[in-house]
Ligand binder design. Structure first.
Ligand code: PMP
Length: 405
């Protein structure tokens, strides 16, 4: 088969692949526990459902403006003012089919071939691939001190004449860390001085625990919307548990939004009108939904920390936000891909290998499911890995005996 070299070089999304593998196993009746994918389990908020339905029943489902429905933009402007203390214009916003598409369009719009983008490890799996997909070069920066906190001094060393952007995902997928305010301030200052875009992927910014706050980058700039190098990415997927709606947005300078609009016009034309109506309903509806999601996730975080504490030798940094933790499983194996496969085969638990996020020897565990998923998933993992645990377990209605330790 003849395909392009570039397309051939793009790797499959490991989280989506695992999702599919889990779905097929479940279809065969296997009692799979999914600690892989990150999506809150709540139903879409009522205001989103009603707004979606009322748009649908008009039957008047046509193209929307390429950059998004004005009424949804209005809701995003309000949201941005409330949560970022920043007033932006409709021309600073472009709505896309998920934050993922917003990031892709953005990278397409700012990179020349061979331009570099700084990506901080551990990183979301899609960043390096998306940079490569527009002929850019991902430059991964790892904290030299072995933590998951990025440091300016490490970033400075990686920035060169071809650096166009730095992506900061705060709270972080996969580590669950919230970066200190001082780091965000440093990044804003650094990017402004070096004339580099600072791409803030804020998709988890309201999922924060124990009173923490993910500091908005805008807080640290004196520049106006047209002069700032800050670009904010956000969406309704994690905020309202509306992953299937596929609505995300980017906030940037007008000129850049105009370029991104041209890019979107030539690829998808626009985002679905029906789904934009749903996102508008969520943003304009009762916001207690967000707090309910946050509280449930925080509770799950506490449960997973408690469960992980009973593993001998597994170290984990306590997540302060997002839907994930990234424990170090090197006491059991240095090969996270093999370990993840082993856990799926033996214990029917889906985990994501740390290697996919740039940190071998770790596993990313999502605690966005139910408490039962978390407790049972971790119990199965302990049974499969820890020789000091009981060697019999029930998985579904099958009693399994461990015979490999
Ligand atoms: N950024 C990060 C860090 C994510 O984890 C995800 C989803 N997993 C996205 C962006 C994409 O969000 P959306 O579903 O809106 O495309």
């Amino acid at each position: 088969m003849s395909v392009s070299q570039l397309a051939r070089s793009i790797v499959e999304s490991p989280t989506l692949r695992l999702n599919e593998e889990a779905r097929l196993l479940r279809e065969r009746g296997e009692p799979v526990i999914h600690l892989g994918i990150g999506e809150p389990k709540n139903k879409a908020p009522l205001s989103a459902i009603l707004s979606t339905a009322s748009k649908l029943v008009t039957g008047d489902i046509k193209y929307s403006p390429t950059d998004g429905q004005p009424s949804l933009k209005k809701a995003i402007i309000r949201y941005t003012e409330e949560h970022y203390d920043r007033i932006v214009a409709p021309e600073n916003i472009i709505i896309s089919s998920g934050a993922k598409q917003s990031i892709y369009n953005l990278l397409y719009s700012i990179l020349n071939p061979q331009d570099e983008v700084i990506i901080l490890a551990p990183y979301w799996v899609s960043y390096p691939e998306m940079v490569r997909m527009v002929y850019g070069v991902p430059v991964v920066v790892r904290p030299e001190d072995g933590t998951f906190y990025p440091r300016l001094e490490d970033i400075e060393k990686a920035v060169g004449p071809y650096t166009r952007a730095i992506i900061v995902n705060n709270p972080n997928n996969p580590s669950g860390l919230v970066f200190p305010e001082s780091f965000i301030a440093e990044m804003v200052d650094f990017c402004e001085r070096r004339d580099i875009y600072l791409i803030m992927d804020d998709i988890y910014h309201k999922i924060v625990f124990d009173g923490k706050q993910a500091a908005p980058a805008y807080r640290f700039t004196k520049r106006d919307n047209e002069a700032t190098k800050i670009i904010v990415i956000n969406g309704v997927a994690k905020l309202y548990g509306m992953t299937g709606y596929r609505i995300g947005w980017a906030i940037a300078q007008r000129e850049l939004v105009q370029i991104m609009t041209n890019v979107q016009a030539q690829t998808t034309s626009c985002t679905s009108l029906i789904l934009q109506a749903g996102a508008e309903g969520a943003l304009n509806g009762l916001q207690s939904v967000v707090e309910a999601v946050r509280l449930q996730i925080q509770n799950n975080r506490d449960v997973i920390m408690q469960e992980l504490a009973s593993f001998n030798g597994v170290r984990v940094t306590k997540p302060e936000g997002a839907l994930y933790c990234l424990p170090d499983f090197r006491v059991y194996s240095n090969d996270s891909v093999g370990l993840s496969q082993f856990l799926l085969e033996k214990a029917r638990v889906v985990t994501v290998p740390g290697k996919e996020f740039g940190v071998e020897g770790h596993l990313r565990l999502s605690y966005s499911g139910t408490v039962k998923d978390v407790t049972e998933g971790l119990a199965r993992m302990r049974w499969a890995l820890d020789p000091t645990s009981a060697n019999e377990i029930y998985i579904g209605d099958r009693k399994l005996v461990r015979d490999w330790l």
